[in-house]
Structure formats: structure tokens, C-alpha cells
Design a protein around this ligand. Structure first.
Ligand code: FE2
Length: 295
């Protein structure tokens, strides 16, 4: 396995999200899968079937935790009870890193359950980076923050989304979960070149990549995670790993979920691009070089 680049971020290969409709297939058929991503919030409970299933999965597979409600960009303080439950799960799964979104979604103790974009201001850089540090120090595992797709922008923003991401991860000294589908979706909605975004991120901080399918409407693109990955997103993925290097890659499929085989087949298409980059990085022996033979 290639060496870690930062904070123990290791090239895990190609994973898929662990979803309830696939539980039975996975436990009975034991398919070969490089790793599974779980939604932390689905398992931050005291007992019951989900945790029993997770323990069986953990016996056979590597699992990485992905969260949807940390809200690093919210102004209110972190929820200590949520953090305590998260840490309990981190110890159970032994996740090598922990991911959640660069967004806000809660105010005055109320949760929107949405991943809302942050105004890209220096004040938000400071508060967001501080929250990421607090979470990392509490759960004691490296953090990688994910760029979200967005459909609105703030007049208050003083920098681009990718400049904001870069400032936050430098100040928080954390990793990035680069969702290339989200970059593509936002590039269409806000009319920017997605390659400029991908080319700007600090490669050594990218822990993981998300790919997914989305829905296209007349005036905008919606991040629905209910389709195969479209060709322009695969092309952006290829561009990303050519620059960043082979990176743990995860296909998200959250709605109209097809069979396990279909989801896994779609995810494994990433290997076509990963293998190309892996091969390009393999040191080539100069022609005619003698090989030492030992008894
Ligand atoms: Fe994602």
C-alpha cells in the first residue's frame, strides 16, 4: 500500500457506502470490497441491530466514518453529547480518519438536517478552523472536511469557495475529503471552471475523494446521489488523481439504491483511472540494468 501523505491518510482503494438494503448481501455473500464508509449518525446509539451488523462488518472490512451533522461552519458551540457518542463510535470502528462537511446547518439548538454553504469570510475561516481543531482534539483521530455542493452564494463572501477551503484546512491543519461531484455540481450552478478548484487544493492534504451521480434540471444541477457517475465527473476525477495521486475513493449512492453488485460495479470503474496513476508513479527500471541474484 502506498505511503501515507499526511496525518495517516492512506490509499485504501475503492469503497462504497454501507447502506441498509445491502446488509444481507454483504453478510451472506462476503464480497471483496476495499472498504466501506459508514454514516456515523446511523450508529451513534447504545445498541440494537445497526450496531450488531456493524460489528459483523468490522470483523471483515475496513470502515471509515463519515458524518453529516457536525456543522463545522455553524456559529453555535459544538454539542458535547454528540461528540461523546462520536468518540465512542470512533473507538469501536477504529476509523483511520473522520470526515464531515464544510457547512452549517444548526442554529440555537435547532438542526436543519441540510448541508448549507458558509459565507466565505475571514471570520468564518477562524470559527470553522477552530471547531475542526476542537473536534480533532476531542475524538483524537485526524479530520478531513468535505466540500459541499451549493445552490446559493452570499454577498458577504470575500473569497472563492476553494480559497476558503484552503484557508480553513491550513489553519485547522486538517485533511480534505474532496467531493469531485460536488465541485462539478457547484461549477455548473455558479458558472466557474471546476479544474481551477481541483488545481488549487493542497494535494498532500486530500485524504479521500467522493464521486456520485446527480440530477440535471433546466436551470440547475441537484446533488441527488441517485444515478451512475456522469462522464464529465469521471473526467474531473481523473484530472484530480493525476494531480493528487492515488487516493481512497468512495462512490456515494443514497437514493433509488440499486443492487449491491450494481453499486459496486459503478464504484470499481474508478480503478481504471487509479491504475493509470499508480502505474505512472511506479519507478521504472532503466533498460539493460542488471538485477542482482542472491542464493
Ligand atoms: Fe460527498
Amino acid at each position: 500500500m502506498p505511503a501515507n501523505r499526511f496525518n495517516g491518510f492512506t490509499e485504501y482503494g475503492v469503497g462504497i457506502g454501507l447502506r441498509i438494503p445491502h446488509y444481507r448481501h454483504i453478510l451472506e455473500q462476503k464480497p471483496v470490497v476495499d472498504w466501506f464508509e459508514i454514516i456515523s449518525e446511523n450508529y451513534m446509539i447504545d445498541g440494537g441491530r445497526p450496531l450488531a451488523i456493524l460489528d459483523q462488518i468490522l470483523e471483515q472490512y475496513r470502515v471509515v466514518q463519515h458524518g453529516v451533522s457536525m456543522y463545522f461552519g455553524s456559529a453555535q458551540p459544538l454539542n458535547p453529547e454528540h461528540l461523546k457518542r462520536l468518540k465512542t463510535l470512533v473507538k469501536r470502528t477504529n476509523t483511520p480518519w473522520l470526515t464531515d462537511h464544510l457547512c452549517w446547518g444548526s442554529v440555537d439548538g435547532r438542526y436543519t438536517h441540510d448541508l448549507l454553504p458558509i459565507p466565505y469570510t475571514w471570520e468564518a475561516v477562524d470559527t470553522t478552523a477552530e471547531k475542526i481543531r476542537q473536534v480533532r482534539d476531542f475524538v483524537e483521530v485526524p479530520i478531513a472536511v468535505e466540500n459541499v455542493s451549493s445552490y446559493a452564494e452570499f454577498h458577504d463572501s470575500v473569497m472563492t469557495e476553494w480559497e476558503f477551503l484552503n484557508e480553513v484546512v491550513e489553519r485547522a491543519d486538517c485533511g480534505i475529503l474532496l467531493d469531485v461531484n460536488n465541485i462539478y455540481v457547484s461549477s455548473v450552478n455558479h458558472d466557474f471552471d471546476p479544474h481551477v478548484y481541483v488545481d488549487s487544493v493542497p494535494a498532500e492534504r486530500v485524504a479521500q475523494i467522493h464521486i456520485a451521480g446527480h440530477s440535471r434540471y433546466e436551470k440547475y444541477v441537484l446533488d441527488t446521489h441517485d444515478h451512475p457517475v456522469i462522464d464529465p465527473v469521471w473526467a474531473l476525477y481523473e484530472h484530480a488523481i493525476e494531480r493528487i495521486g492515488p487516493t481512497a475513493t468512495l462512490l456515494e449512492w443514497d437514493d433509488k439504491i440499486p443492487s449491491f453488485e450494481e453499486v459496486h460495479r459503478e464504484a470499481l470503474k474508478a480503478n481504471k483511472y487509479l491504475d493509470k496513476v499508480r502505474l505512472a508513479q511506479t519507478p521504472q527500471r532503466p533498460a539493460g540494468e542488471l538485477t542482482e541474484v542472491r542464493a
